[in-house]
Design a protein around this ligand. Structure first.
Ligand code: SAH
Length: 507
């Protein structure tokens, strides 16, 4: 008999993946089927295991939303087949999320379930716009109300007049469509025209926009600013504190869209640094990097201890070299006493993470420079050098070393392949909206970009990005293929690259 399935109604939080609960993450990673709609951040889908069935049940342009009964059927059917199903809902499942109805159906159909709360949009909007929902001097109650912007439902059920009398902070979900009617009713019921109103759209995401207005001017200000759904409207004295406490939209790179062109496995450090500064980061995984399984190193291992130098040309080289090494040996001493050279600081830190000291890093992170520095350091006449690379070899480096009479062995440990960008969310956003800056952290990323060019054509009205290069080699490659180099990092490292991006806008 198959194990009984189960449905988890899980709050996905307001958008920022960092605001998902640990429990939600664990369930997304384990589930067999994931049912989600448009408010769930597509990044969350990447957490699923291989083979997880992902079912989109949200609205699509030009199509009707999948009816609620249909969604419930999907949940019940999958669970009855013995699957572990996660029903992911924006914010919290029990706040204007129809989670109650779904849970009732599960009870009626005898399907087991669990419910995982999430950070609801009102809390998130308030925190990220700097609005304390309660405050000893301004408000001692909060209400979550719906303005029913669903075009199918015209009448509003909320008795706004009563809430005007209660006072306190009012948070209105789905209120953008009927904002005029809502503010009018609140004014009629006695709220002051000067009552502060904040509108927070796409809270917690890089697309967040907020404005502070008053009950009298909210509609006009919203229209002038072009704010629309999804947004929470916060009404009450506390809303004005946003001007003082707001922090999210005040960060240095907020409002800038920056493309990171690296392989999927490598991009996170740069992306994290840029997001931390407020940028909307589009990670374009142009190339995917994987271990070169065909290159087993069988001719390298027996004499590994015998090399005079080992040269690492990239952090990936370090990573895959040591994976292969530890598959071969179970004792670090098998590495031998060779000297270690690295092309740049990022590569050197990857080596240091292995608890090995680096003997040489050239001042400028380019292959020629490494060869020259090495040759200046000592004569390489008949000395053995092992160069660890990817499948795209650093021919210049090898040539130069050989000209210096070194005996060079090349050990390719990883492969670089092009990624399919057709359905990639970052690539889709780039095609549609463009970007303010595009960063290149290696000349192979530039090559990847060129090879993917036809999948990355910006559409009409899309912003044209400024180009930022990590080092002179990368910049040269960019110029060769006609990409603008607006900034060159002063130091060839992630930090240097981040600073170069900031300097585009004098930050
Ligand atoms: N269950 C969700 C609410 C779903 S109703 C929750 O707990 O948050 C959809 C409404 O939620 C939207 O119309 C908008 O008012 C609000 N909302 C959802 N995500 C939002 C976000 N990131 N920023 C602002 N409002 C958001």
């Amino acid at each position: 008999m198959s194990t009984p399935g189960k449905v988890f109604l899980v709050g996905a939080g307001p958008g920022d993946t960092g605001l998902v609960t640990v429990r939600a993450k664990e369930l997304i990673e384990r589930c067999d089927a994931l049912v989600y709609d448009y408010l769930a951040n597509p990044e969350l889908l990447k957490w699923t295991k291989v083979g997880c069935e992902k079912i989109y049940v949200g609205k699509q342009k030009g199509f009707h939303a999948i009816p609620q009964e249909e969604i419930e059927k999907i949940l019940v059917n999958r669970a009855k087949k013995g699957l572990m199903v996660v029903r992911l809902k924006g914010g919290d499942p029990f706040i204007f999320g129809r989670g109650g109805e779904e849970a009732e159906t599960l009870v009626n159909d005898g399907v087991s379930y669990e419910i995982v709360p999430g950070v609801t949009a009102a809390l998130a909007s308030a925190a990220y716009a700097g609005i304390p929902l309660t405050h000893r001097e301004h408000s001692s109650s909060v209400a979550f109300l719906t303005g029913h912007e669903d075009p199918d439902k015209h009448e509003m059920h909320v008795r706004f007049e009563e809430f005007a009398k209660v006072g306190g902070t009012l948070c209105i979900y789905m209120g953008m469509g009927h904002l005029g009617e809502i503010t009018e009713r609140l004014l009629k019921a006695g709220l002051e025209p000067e009552t502060p109103v904040a509108i927070v759209q796409w809270a917690t995401t890089p697309r967040q926009r907020s404005l502070i207005s008053t009950l009298a001017n909210a509609v006009a200000d919203k229209d002038a600013a072009g704010l629309s759904s999804p947004a929470v409207v916060v009404i009450g004295d506390v809303a004005k504190l946003s001007a003082k406490i707001g922090w999210f939209e005040q960060r240095p790179l907020f409002g800038k869209r920056v493309v990171v062109t690296r392989s999927r496995s490598q991009s996170s450090e740069l992306s994290a640094a840029l997001s931390q500064l407020g940028a909307e980061v589009l990670e374009l995984p142009l190339i995917s990097i994987s271990e070169d399984e065909e290159s087993t190193g069988e001719d390298i291992w027996p004499t590994l201890w015998n090399y005079r130098w080992i040269v690492f040309t990239s952090p990936n080289g370090v990573k895959y070299f040591f994976e292969k090494f530890y598959r071969q040996f179970d004792d670090l001493r098998s590495f031998g006493g060779m000297r270690i050279a690295c092309i740049g600081e990022t590569t050197a830190s990857a080596v240091r993470e292995q608890r090995l000291a680096v003997d040489l890093v050239p001042e400028e992170a380019v292959a020629e420079n490494l060869a020259e520095t090495l040759l200046r350091e000592e004569t390489l006449d008949n000395e053995t050098v092992l160069v660890v690379t990817g499948n795209r070899n650093r021919d210049v480096l090898i040539e130069r070393l050989e000209e210096g009479h070194a005996i060079v062995d090349v050990f390719p440990v990883y492969r670089t392949d092009l990624t399919n960008l057709d359905d990639d969310p970052a690539a889709m956003r780039f095609r549609e909206a463009g970007a303010d800056a595009i960063t290149f952290a290696s000349s192979s990323a530039v090559d990847g970009f060129v090879q993917q060019a036809k999948n990355l054509q910006p559409g009409e009205g899309a912003r044209r990005p400024k180009g930022v290069a990590i080092g002179p080699k990368t910049a040269e490659r960019m110029r060769q293929i006609g990409l603008p180099v607006d900034r060159l990092a002063k130091q060839a490292s992630i930090d240097g690259l981040v600073r170069a991006v900031q300097s585009l806008w004098g930050k």
